[in-house]
Design a protein around this ligand. Structure first.
Ligand SMILES: Cc1cc2nc3c(=O)[nH]c(=O)nc-3n(C[C@H](O)[C@H](O)[C@H](O)COP(=O)(O)OP(=O)(O)OC[C@H]3O[C@@H](n4cnc5c(N)ncnc54)[C@H](O)[C@@H]3O)c2cc1C
Length: 427
């Protein structure tokens, strides 16, 4: 299957040691079977193990194989569509829960890193950088919006102040989110997996789930084994393929690419991003970048609808990096990779239940590092019988893509081209 190609990423090359885990063989029984070893699956599994549940997690490849082990590492608060958009689509009680959770993912990650001593180069501070005056105005309203929901950690930056945090002439201003930040994403996933196992959780790798049978007790099936479970959590996101056709119809895998330079000289690294924050710009198709723990520039951007693997990632992303930092013209690119995230039409995540015991969460549309951690908590609470948070997500509308599976790619690409043109014109 084409989606199961390992990434030759900087993260894979600098991953902390992890045990080799066996593939599932024979018949197993458990309280909860989780499908997928990314943040959604791991976060759910860890919350459940902390609550005393027996949990088996099945991963098609290895822990962190998907987006969770390849992403930009940026801890970004709220959702891909912000609370003002959600407010128009839901009731006041659901909105209250969604607003609380919008700022909780970053806390969960920090708690996990501290509680389980996860070595993942955690740094504080995330910057939204405005290229146009219109984008800066939008950040002002974002600050007001977040304040309205009780969050006051977003500080606006004028043209002089943004240059103090990112040394480029591209930006007219920005906003610094003090509880944003960045991590080595694969090492966070590996640390969460280790924490889950310390609590008695079981992980089987190289265990692609090929089918499952619903029922009072569900049965999850792989090539060499099966798991009987009271509950199943489906957390395969953009790598799930057609395991659940009803989920595939309402989402679209998309690729985004990242490059990593060689380690930069300390003075050069400091001159580019003096406070070591992570940065994303405010374009519809955005650039995101930061320094790694060993001072490489990690620069990502672009979206490939339908998640075809691009032929030459360096030629796509390096010009974007040089537009922001011409200072890096003579620096070598040592790693390039691509990864898939899952887009939904509303850009809002999709959480739900099929029958009475198959739960799923997917589709955070590019901003998933925090959401997946919140999702894990909401799913784990729902399985324990406290469904308010789960219901708040599950009640958001899930739309099919216009054009179905044949035309969703060109339709969405046309929409993105329109918004990209608006970004370029600053309107
Ligand atoms: C290149 C890139 C950069 C990104 N940058 C950022 C960022 O900076 N900040 C941010 O907030 N978000 C970012 N995102 C999005 C974020 O990484 C994702 O939203 C998040 O990691 C999704 O986690 P997940 O656990 O739902 O899915 P994944 O991490 O993709 O995990 C799904 C797992 O399920 C497994 N699986 C699938 N099907 C099966 C099956 N049938 N049986 C068994 N296992 C299966 C897969 O092998 C995979 O390991 C980025 C995404 C990409 C691709």
């Amino acid at each position: 299957m084409t989606q199961f190609v390992p990434a030759q990423s900087y993260y894979a090359a600098s991953a902390n040691l992890a045990p080799e885990r066996p593939a599932l063989e024979g018949l197993h029984e458990t309280d909860v079977c989780v499908i997928g070893g990314g943040y959604t699956g791991l976060s759910t599994a860890l919350f459940l193990a902390e609550a005393g549940f027996n949990v088996i997690l099945l991963e098609a490849m290895t822990v962190g194989f998907g987006a969770s082990g390849r992403n930009g590492g940026q801890i970004v608060n709220s959702y891909s569509r912000d609370l003002d958009s959600i407010e128009k689509q839901t009731s006041a009680p659901h909105l209250k829960h969604l607003a609380e959770m919008a700022f909780e993912g970053a806390q969960i990650i920090r708690q996990r890193v501290k509680a389980y001593d996860i070595q993942c180069d955690l740094k504080d501070g995330g910057v939204f950088a405005a290229i146009t005056a219109k984008q800066l105005k939008h950040l002002e309203s974002q600050q007001q919006l977040w304040r309205r929901f009780g969050y006051d950690q977003l500080e606006l930056l004028d043209t002089r102040q943004i240059k103090e945090v990112v040394n480029t002439d591209r930006y007219v201003g920005g906003a610094l989110d003090h509880t944003g930040g960045h991590i080595h994403p694969l090492n966070l996933a590996l640390g969460e997996a280790a924490a889950f196992e310390q609590l008695g959780g079981k992980i089987f790798e190289h265990s692609l789930v090929t089918s499952f049978n619903q029922g009072e007790t569900a049965e999850v099936v792989t090539a060499k084994g099966s798991v009987k479970a009271k509950f199943v959590v489906v957390a395969g996101n953009a790598y799930l393929g057609n395991l659940l056709p009803q989920l595939a119809a309402k989402s679209m895998p998309c690729g985004t690419q990242v490059i990593a330079t060689e380690p930069l000289d300390e003075a050069l690294a400091h001159s580019l991003i003096p406070k070591d924050h992570c940065i994303e710009d405010c374009n519809y198709l955005l650039d995101y970048f930061r320094l790694s723990g060993d001072k490489r520039m990690l620069y990502g951007g672009g979206v490939i609808y339908g998640a075809r693997d691009p032929a030459d990632i360096k030629n796509i992303i390096r010009p974007k990096m040089l537009k922001t930092f011409p200072q890096l013209a003579n620096v070598k690119i040592e790693f390039t990779w691509t990864g898939n995230f899952l887009l939904t039409l509303s850009r809002l995540p999709q959480m739900g239940r099929i029958g009475h015991n198959i739960y799923y969460s997917q589709g955070c549309s590019g901003h998933g590092v925090t959401f997946t951690h919140v999702a894990g908590k909401a799913l784990a609470m729902a399985i324990q019988g406290q469904a308010e948070r789960f219901d708040a997500f599950a009640n958001l509308p899930h739309y099919p893509f216009p054009g179905g599976r044949s035309f969703r790619i060109p339709f969405t690409a046309m929409g993105a081209a329109y918004y990209t043109l608006r970004d370029k014109l600053g309107i």
